[in-house]
Design a protein around this ligand. Structure first.
Ligand code: SF4
Ligand code: SF4
Length: 380
């Protein structure tokens, strides 16, 4: 049963409708998970694939470093940017006339996180494109629709045709006034796309909840975000590898909140030095929001990749956890009615927990319940 919550924000987002670019990092770091062989001073072309990562610059390998990805320590190779943008050449299939062609081309461009969504559903009967961010301090989906609505609609229409579907749904928040107006100005060209306006509530963008809200069968629905649709657009129309990620940086310890398009593999530390004016040196940093994300202690070990949507730089707050008062609020707010308090005190994870963080948000004793019940840190 759907449970949606209106959250009280901890800080104002105040984002201007502009996407900044950080295209010239001095170096990037690429995690090495497999037995890839590489040597110091090997030359790496832009768009080289290392597992799920695609190199976003060209240059020589100059070392390695331990970084943190999804809360795990991983060795990453360090590539010094030669600013030449030398690209490796690949032959790619061009014509796409079926679901299989689309899957193949997404795999060829190292976009398995999108192609897997197509592979998982045998019988796709509906597509929902969602322009709503999972957490309150990220606006990458809103911004993508606002800046690229013609490309989003064109690609959405293309997908509907490839999959032989007569109609799809573009879902956005009912407060996203500017984009709604823009989309409505051209949506008449696409009679097969319907716009649905959803309430501005936490968790509405989760597949389970959005399908229930829009009365669609989850197992027959392909849910794509606006950034995923834009990635498909770049692959099929521009033959372009996806080497950048939109990140929202906000918080009450910085002068101005920004949305920045950043090369994958760039160190968060370099981004902050280049773009962010810190106004209170006693700050703490969260990746991916207070509810779903984690607090980090070392920005020199975090790289930008597709698992990172937002960075919050806030004035330090004291953790003043107290004793459980048995109020029952954690169970009441949990979207899956998990008996969160019992799981926490029995030190048990729960298989239905999605790590939404609502139990932590509501707990008056400020107990980190999610840490035990979910048992994982940020990972998408
Ligand atoms: S984090 Fe898990 S246990 Fe807590 S409210 Fe969300 S789903 Fe429920
Ligand atoms: S919300 Fe916190 S204080 Fe209330 S029952 Fe749950 S753990 Fe205890």
């Amino acid at each position: 049963m759907i449970k949606l919550v209106t959250l009280k924000e901890k800080h104002e987002l105040n984002i201007v409708n502009k996407i900044y670019d950080f295209k010239n990092p001095s170096k990037i770091y690429i995690p090495i998970y497999t037995d890839t062989t590489f040597k110091m001073n090997d030359y790496i072309y832009k768009n080289t694939y290392f597992g799920d990562y695609t190199t976003s610059i060209s240059g020589y390998i100059k070392g390695s470093k331990e970084i943190i990805v999804s809360n795990k320590k991983i060795t990453a190779i360090e590539i010094d940017n030669d600013f030449k943008e030398n690209v490796s050449n690949r032959k790619r299939k061009k014509k796409i006339t079926s679901k299989e062609d689309l899957i193949n081309i997404l795999d060829e461009y190292n976009l398995k996180y999108i192609s897997n969504k197509l592979k998982e559903i045998n019988n796709i009967n509906n597509i929902i494109v969602v322009s709503i961010d999972e957490e309150s301090y990220s606006v990458k989906e809103l911004m993508r629709l606002s800046h690229n609505y013609p490309e989003i609609l064109e690609t959405f229409d293309f997908l509907l045709n490839i999959l032989n579907l007569s109609q799809g749904i573009l879902a956005t928040k009912n407060t996203n006034f500017k984009s709604i107006k823009n989309v409505k100005s051209i949506i008449g060209t696409y009679p097969n796309i319907k716009i649905s306006l959803l309430p501005d509530k936490y968790l509405i963008s989760y597949k389970e909840f959005i399908c229930e809200y829009l009365n669609q069968k989850k197992e027959e629905t392909l849910l794509l975000t606006t950034n995923e649709i834009y990635a498909i657009y770049n692959v099929i129309k521009k033959a372009k590898d996806i080497t950048e990620q939109l990140i929202t940086i906000s918080g009450n310890a910085i002068k101005k909140s920004l949305v920045i398009n950043i090369r994958i593999g760039t160190l968060l530390e370099e981004v902050i030095k280049e773009f962010i004016e810190i106004i209170d040196n006693n700050y703490e940093i969260y990746i991916n929001g207070y509810l779903q994300g984690i607090k980090i202690s070392d920005v020199s070990k975090v790289i930008i990749d597709r698992n990172i949507d937002s960075v919050i730089i806030n004035k330090m707050e004291e953790d003043n956890e107290t004793e459980c008062i048995n109020c029952g609020a954690c169970k009441k707010i949990c979207p899956f009615n998990i008996n969160v308090k019992n799981c926490y005190f029995d030190k048990m994870k729960h298989k239905n927990c999605i790590g939404c963080g609502l139990c932590n948000y509501i707990c008056p004793a400020k107990i980190n319940l999610k840490k035990v019940v979910w048992g994982r840190k940020y990972e998408k």
